[in-house]
Design a protein around this ligand. Sequence first.
Ligand code: IDP
Ligand code: MG
Length: 139
Amino acid sequence: MVERTLSIIKPDATARNLTGEILKMIEEAGLKIVALKKIKLTKEQAEGFYQVHKDKPFFDSLTDFMTSGPVVVSVLEGENAIEKYRKLMGATNPAKAEEGTIRKKFALDIEKNSVHGSDSKENAEIEINYFFNKLEIVG
Ligand code: IDP
Ligand code: MG
């Protein structure tokens, strides 16, 4: 089934000029970039995006990190895009990520782990709508 998912290249990765390399891995995996922009989140915007984690001990640190520099948000489209991109990203903790994944290659630690990807169809739709309107997505 053709799906869409939301990707974020996080501040640790944009700061190290890894945007191009990560987008290349995404395209080489067969995912199509149907929307793309570089933005800098406010604390409020980061907190809104990560509402599901508001009670976690790392919430404040995570939302500080996500506002520490620019992020590159994109919508990826393809067969099983949600699961495909989760696999390409690798485990949340890069120490546990498989060889060949984005996080294994680039992540610094469990927080500064270079990329975000939606984890379900429902969340993908919510997250895509958080950052993009219809006119910004070119199917
Ligand atoms: P995911 O990004 O692999 O879906 P989530 O559990 O949804 O992982 O956590 C969201 C983000 O919060 C992670 O990508 C990471 O940046 C951060 N995070 C998750 N667990 C921890 C932790 O134990 N300490 C610090 N940051 C964490
Ligand atoms: Mg998650």
